[in-house]
Write a protein that binds this ligand. Structure first.
Ligand SMILES: *Cc1c(COP(=O)(O)O)cnc(C)c1O
Length: 389
């Protein structure tokens, strides 16, 4: 029997190797997750709570690892998108509040109740359904949150509905109101006037529920200033290393890295091409490394380059940045390693595709997308490990 897990792929200057059966490794750094939580928390007044948004498997990095890092750093309020995500989190932690952003899915009140999930009620119809559930089950005070639309027009009740709710207390008397919230559409663009407009709309709305804690800010919203913080903030992407202040230095630490193995070295003569469609042609003799990660791993095909589109994302290898060339295929991609002397790069060497040197926002930009999509699209077949990046 060959030993599948213990092949020695380590090269002299690599601190670790990919285990023999995988071509690439995804490392998640729990300390970086915790540090990011504490960095955000340090922006807040002492009595403002810092929740952690852990929807979509904690933005792709892994719910269990992320929730533990935030919990150990002091987080006791978590947001998920869906009740099923809440159920997974509830198994891990019993003494935390779990808010479900999708709201109350039809007929699901008993499920929320059983797992102690707090529905973020987004419409009057959800309010009615949840209130009826409380009445029919003799629940005197059912924990819920209310979301109001302050301008984004995605989820949440209108100002008119807020007035109806706050005056017609026959609904509210069945509820233990945990939070009144809204969401910003343009928080990552601090100059956008929409932020001011939403802030003043939210102030008016939330004044209708003066005794309930209020929440408006996502990651970027925290950096719009203390006016936006209210009683609780809801960062997601910044916890995972995305830059909440685009255009300025990223105050967050990267939390995820991808290291992929070199499978083979190719030598191209002038005029020869690399990859599907033969889109990238060598203008000078070129040394190419074929690397074990592709779009099936979440390395987006939109990172592909050609003789027309020459600027894609960079990779990092033995102290140098190198370009992605040609089309990204399902399982592999190509990098131009002509900068290195012949023989310097070898089969089994590890290429950083994401991490300390290739920041998630830069990779995203090279793929024509945002950090959120890169992280939530991380593939399932990496060797996953925790540790320093
Ligand atoms: C996803 C989400 C967040 C977190 O947003 P980030 O931009 O990732 O910080 C906060 N609030 C709501 C309602 C969300 O849907």
């Amino acid at each position: 029997m060959p030993n599948l897990t213990n092949h020695n792929h380590k090269t002299d200057n690599q601190p670790f190797g990919v285990d023999g059966a995988h071509g690439a490794m995804l490392t998640i750094d729990p300390h970086a997750l915790a540090n990011n939580y504490l960095t955000l928390k340090s922006q807040l007044r002492a009595n403002t709570r810092c929740a952690a948004v852990v929807k979509a498997n904690a933005y792709g990095v892994g719910l269990e690892i992320a929730a533990k890092a935030f919990y150990d750093a002091g987080a006791r309020d978590f947001f998920v998108a869906l009740p099923q995500e809440g159920a997974v989190l509830r198994k891990l932690y019993q003494d935390v509040r779990i808010f479900v952003l999708a709201g109350l899915l039809p007929g699901m009140s008993p499920f929320y109740r059983q797992l102690n999930l707090i529905a973020v009620l987004n419409s009057i119809s959800e309010v009615e359904e949840q209130a009826a559930f409380a009445v029919n089950n003799n629940i005197t005070k059912l924990a819920v949150a209310l979301q109001f639309d302050s301008g984004m027009k995605r989820l949440g009740m209108s100002e008119a509905e807020a007035h109806i709710l706050s005056t017609q207390s026959h609904f509210l008397e069945h509820f233990d109101l945990q939070l009144v919230m809204s969401h910003l559409a343009c928080a990552d663009m601090p100059q956008d006037r929409m932020n001011q407009t939403q802030l003043s709309n939210f102030r008016q709305l939330s004044q209708l529920f003066p005794k309930t804690p209020h929440s408006l800010a996502n990651s970027s919203g925290i950096f719009l200033g203390a006016d936006y913080h209210f009683d609780l903030v809801r960062p997601g992407i910044a916890l995972y290393g995305g830059n909440p202040t685009p255009g300025l230095k990223n105050p967050m630490q990267p939390v995820a890295s991808i290291h992929a193995e070199v499978l083979q070295i190719q030598h191209l003569e002038v005029g020869q091409s690399v990859g599907y469609g033969a889109t990238w042609q060598a203008r000078k003799p070129t040394q190419v490394a074929t690397v074990s990660t592709g779009y099936a791993d979440g390395y987006l095909r939109s990172a592909s380059t050609s003789s027309q589109r020459t600027r894609g994302p960079l990779a990092y290898l033995k102290g140098k940045y190198v370009p992605i060339i040609g089309r990204v295929s399902m399982d592999v991609l190509a990098i131009d390693i002509s900068e290195f002397s012949n023989g310097h790069i070898k089969r089994g060497d590890l290429v950083e595709l994401l991490g300390k040197h290739v920041l998630v926002d830069e990779l995203a930009q090279g793929c024509g997308t945002i950090s959120y999509e890169i992280l939530t699209g991380l593939g399932q077949r990496y060797q996953r490990r925790t540790g320093q990046l």
